[in-house]
Design a protein around this ligand. Structure first.
Ligand code: SME
Length: 167
């Protein structure tokens, strides 16, 4: 097997892809005029889940301000029972109220946590702001312990800022 083929293989196995490689692909999805808002959100979830090693489940929740609940609008990964989450409950519900990033290196260390799967070891939730208001969030679950860094936070903040332009 030639070096090029090996590199391509590693690349496809999610090892070499970094955030800078994904940014133009995010922009292409955002700018696609042929697909709906929900299809764009799903395509973004799939892009991240397929290309970033520790991103095992990726979803977007959006707030219903009157009901004080979060609603799952798009995701990639295993189906979840938690399609509606009250504000204040779990990591997601806490971010709906705090307006701040929540990085969880070890979900077992959290009291206020909603388990989606026994395989999940870590989670990151980044609020999504539209005109300065926290209207939803991107949520990532990982089967790897403590995988998220400040780089993940910055990248996901950037993704959310791009998503806010289509909402
Ligand atoms: N673990 C989340 C619930 C959503 S699932 O990860 C898809 C939480 O504690 O809010």
């Amino acid at each position: 097997m030639g070096v090029k083929i090996i590199l391509k293989y590693i690349y496809q196995k999610k090892v070499l892809v970094n955030f800078e490689v994904l940014k133009p692909q995010v922009d292409r999805i955002i700018a696609d005029t042929k697909i709906s808002e929900k299809q764009k959100l799903t395509a973004l979830c799939e892009l991240l889940q397929n290309n970033l090693k520790a991103y095992d489940w990726v979803g977007f929740y959006f707030a219903n301000e009157e009901e004080k609940t979060l609603h799952l609008r798009a995701y990639a990964g295993e189906e979840t029972d938690h399609t509606v989450i009250p504000f204040g409950k779990g990591i997601c519900g806490q971010v709906a109220e705090s307006n701040a990033n929540f990085v969880v290196p070890d979900v077992k260390a959290q009291d206020n946590y909603i388990a989606c799967s026994i395989y999940v070891k870590a989670e990151i939730v980044i609020p999504l702001f539209k005109d300065g208001k926290n209207i939803g969030q991107i949520d990532i679950d990982s089967h790897t312990a403590n995988p998220f860094t400040e780089e993940d936070e910055k990248f996901l903040e950037w993704v959310n800022s791009r998503v806010s332009t289509i909402l």
